[in-house]
Design a protein around this ligand. Structure first.
Ligand SMILES: NC(=O)c1ccc[n+]([C@@H]2O[C@H](COP(=O)([O-])OP(=O)(O)OC[C@H]3O[C@@H](n4cnc5c(N)ncnc54)[C@H](OP(=O)(O)O)[C@@H]3O)[C@@H](O)[C@H]2O)c1
Length: 320
C-alpha cells in the first residue's frame, strides 16, 4: 500500500510517501480501507521525537480516520466488509496516513451518515478529547459557565458545540480573526487573546478546558470559582496553586470509547454539532499539512485525503 512513512524522528521532511507492507491483522482487529485521515498536533509531536509515544521506525503516523471495513478478524466484534467506520486507533501502533490501517474492533464506531469521510476523519481524536474533557473529567452541568481556551482549534470547535448542546454558558478564547466564526458556532462570549486579558475580564467560572498550558493555565486559576475544575489536555503544571484555591485539576489522555463516539455521531447527524475542516491535503502532502498544523493557528481540522469520495458534505449545509 501507499503510506506516509517516517524512518527517523525529526522535521516534516522525514515524512516520505512510499510503498509500505499492508498491516498485519490481529484477531481482534478490523482492516480498514482509509478514505481520509485527520491531522492532529500529537502527530508532529511524535514525529519530532522525544515524546512518550516514540516507538519503532519505520513508522506510519496519524491516529484519526474515516474509512470502510475491508476485513474483520475472528474476535473483532460484529464488523463486516463494507461497514463505514471511524475512530482513533492505538497511538503505539502504525497509524492512518496510509491506504489501510489495522485497528481494534472495540475502538471504532459507525461513521455519521450526514457527512463525508473527509469531514469524519477529523472527528474522533478531537471529538473524544472535547467530550471526555467536558463531561467525563469536567462533569459539566447545564447552566454552568465554561471557559474553553483555543476555542477555534481542533478540540475547541467540538468543545464549544458540545458545551452549548449541554446547556452551558460558553466563553471561548481565540485571536480576533476567529471571533465571528466562534459566534456562528454558538459561543456566548469570545475573548480575543491578542487584545483582551481573560484573567481580568472573567470571574466565577465553573470549568476551564485548557488546551494551551503555561501562562494560560496559570491565569485560569484566577477566574475559576473555589470548587471549580480545571481540565487540561496538555498536563497540569500548577497543582499547588489549584490546591490553594480549592480547585480540582485533571489532565487526561483521550480514550477510544465507542459509546462516546456513538454520542458524537448522533449529535452530528442531528445537526447539533458541525465538524469544521479548514484545509484538505492529498496524502502525499503530509509534510505540508504538518507545517501548517505546527504554526498553531488552524481553524477546526486539517485532513489528508486518501480516496476521492465526491463532493464535500460536512453536515447542516456548511461548506468546507
Ligand atoms: N490529552 C489528549 O488526549 C489530547 C488530545 C487532543 C489534543 N491534545 C493537545 O491539545 C492541544 C490542542 O489541540 P488542538 O487539536 O485543538 O490544536 P490546534 O487545532 O492546533 O489548535 C489551534 C488553535 O489554537 C488557537 N490558539 C493559538 N494560540 C492561542 C492562545 N494563546 N489562546 C487561545 N487560543 C490560541 C488558535 O486560534 P487562533 O488562530 O485564533 O490563534 C487555533 O484555532 C495540543 O497541544 C494537543 O496536542 C491533547
Amino acid at each position: 500500500m501507499k503510506a506516509e512513512v517516517i524512518h527517523q524522528y525529526g522535521g516534516p521532511e522525514v515524512l516520505k510517501y512510499e510503498d509500505f507492507p499492508n498491516p498485519d491483522l490481529h484477531p481482534d482487529d478490523v482492516l480498514v480501507k482509509v478514505y481520509a485521515s485527520g491531522v492532529n498536533p500529537v502527530d508532529w509531536k511524535v514525529r519530532k521525537g522525544g515524546s512518550k509515544f516514540e516507538e519503532f521506525v519505520p513508522r506510519i503516523l496519524g491516529w484519526d480516520f474515516s474509512g470502510v471495513v475491508e476485513r474483520a478478524g475472528a474476535n473483532a466484534g460484529n464488523w463486516k466488509k463494507g461497514d463505514e467506520v471511524y475512530g482513533r486507533p492505538d497511538i503505539t501502533r502504525n497509524g492512518t496516513y496510509a491506504e489501510y490501517v489495522a485497528v481494534r474492533g472495540n475502538e471504532i464506531a459507525r461513521k455519521p451518515k450526514s457527512i463525508d469521510h473527509k469531514a469524519t476523519s477529523g472527528v474522533a481524536l478531537a471529538g473524544l478529547t472535547a467530550w471526555q474533557g467536558l463531561f467525563t473529567h469536567g462533569q459539566l452541568q447545564p447552566e454552568q459557565r465554561v471557559l474553553i481556551h483555543g476555542a477555534s482549534g481542533g478540540v475547541g470547535i467540538f468543545a464549544v458545540q458540545f458545551a452549548k448542546w449541554k446547556g452551558a454558558y460558553v466563553i471561548g478564547t481565540a485571536s480576533g480573526k476567529n471571533i465571528e466564526f466562534l459566534e456562528e458556532l454558538g459561543v456566548d462570549e469570545v475573548i480575543d487573546y491578542e487584545t483582551e486579558n481573560f484573567a481580568v475580564k472573567l470571574s466565577d467560572i465553573d470549568l476551564v478546558l485548557d488546551t494551551r498550558g503555561g501562562k494560560v493555565q496559570a491565569d485560569s486559576v484566577k477566574v475559576l470559582k473555589p470548587g471549580g475544575t480545571l481540565v487540561s489536555t496538555v498536563g497540569i503544571q500548577i497543582a499547588d496553586a489549584l490546591k490553594e484555591k480549592g480547585i480540582r485539576g485533571a489532565s487526561f489522555m483521550a480514550q477510544s470509547i465507542p459509546a462516546d463516539l456513538d454520542e458524537i455521531t448522533r449529535l452530528i447527524d442531528s445537526g447539533a454539532v458541525i465538524p469544521v475542516v479548514s484545509k484538505i491535503f492529498p496524502l502525499k502532502e503530509a509534510a505540508a499539512a504538518h507545517r501548517f498544523s505546527e504554526e498553531g493557528h488552524v481553524r477546526g481540522k486539517i485532513v489528508l485525503q486518501v480516496v476521492e469520495d465526491g463532493a464535500a458534505r460536512t453536515g447542516a449545509g456548511r461548506a468546507l
